[in-house]
Design a protein around this ligand. Sequence first.
Ligand code: GP9
Length: 431
Amino acid sequence: YVDNIDDFMKNASSSTVNKDKKYYGIGKDRNVITIQVEGLQNFVINRKYNGKEITPNLNKLINEDSIYFDRYYQQLGRGNTSDSEFVSHNSLYPAMDGQTYLMYYNNTYYGLPWILKDRGYTTAAYHGYKPDFWNRDKAYPYQGFDRFYSQNDYSITEPVIGFGINDREFFKQSISYMKATQEPYYAFLVTLSSHHPFTMPDEYKEIQLMDNHENTLLGNYIQSINYADAAIGEFIEDLKREGLYEDTVINIYGDHFAISSMDEDNKRLMTEYLGYDYDFDEMMKIPLIIHVPGSNVYEKISVTGGQMDFLPTVLNILGLENKKGVMLGQDLVNATEGFVAQQTYMLKGSYIKDDVVFSMSRDGIFKNSRAWNPNTKQPIELEACREDYERAIKEINNSNHILKNDLLKKFIEEREGLSNEEEKVDTRVLP
Ligand code: GP9
């Protein structure tokens, strides 16, 4: 599958600016904040539990100046949360032979932080946990981050929730760093409080659980994600108070699922709660919200997409091109059809489209796989999935080949040479 890699990379690169694209540049030149929320699944959005909204602040945000993508999927490899950020920033698939941030941390990349740095942005990652977890401290400079504010930069105040600093404190202390950052900036914030197993101090449990959800993962999760939502709500208000809100684009997405459909008890609990079968397509669905204050944009986009599509989608909003690198995803605002290849939990060859979910069998035998229509839940003839199954494998193999051979290095160098040439030509034709 990799013998046409040059063509594959060229096809995955963009060099033409099309200003007619929908929402192109509505966030141009603004600061950019991305919040990657631990364990945020899509099913909690706009849903009430026991009469209370689970995520009132995200729901409110979605309803004003936002684009909400409600069929957006995680696309992880072996690096879990670190893959979520890697895929989102780079529009490449993560490795399966190890963790990308460990095995390929010092490759050449050209993802969102680099692209913004090239436009004069200051870039920083914020995460209140150990700096070497997932090898972030070594990987971040190669991802294009000027600065990494880790656990060492935060005062870890009570209550500690789960792994460490609670989300409310995390956001408050992050804002003080952001205020001191030269604009325009890219701030990438990774939250922590809603981490498995979602246990919360009693005084922060705002939602009364139903009896059958006491001491269950679902019950804990509802309370924990409700807390994370409250922390995000406070962060937005603090941004407004500090004058950091208006001139900013705020992206919010979940890193990966919280409740596994592969565990029989949790699957049953979720199926009862949702009223439909809790399968991979619901488990791996995470929300993506792009909030552009003052834009008067409100749209729910239901084309199927995944973390691979984050970079091209955000670049369209910012009115920017990725002139040097490759992107295997697509801009979901202007896409007419979606395609999301999977390789973890759903095995390699699996994919999700607008009207198909194909889940490769664990024994690796195609005819033992499952396929269904996510809208009707009806089974789909497997042979009808073969072409896209092959496409899914090809995309992942080619992406993996790029990582293994650090192919972006040469590709970017060539592009840099080309853009210099272009500039020379431009100078000559200018009056
Ligand atoms: C740890 C946090 C959680 O730094 O990002 O990682 P996870 O355990 O979800 O992969």
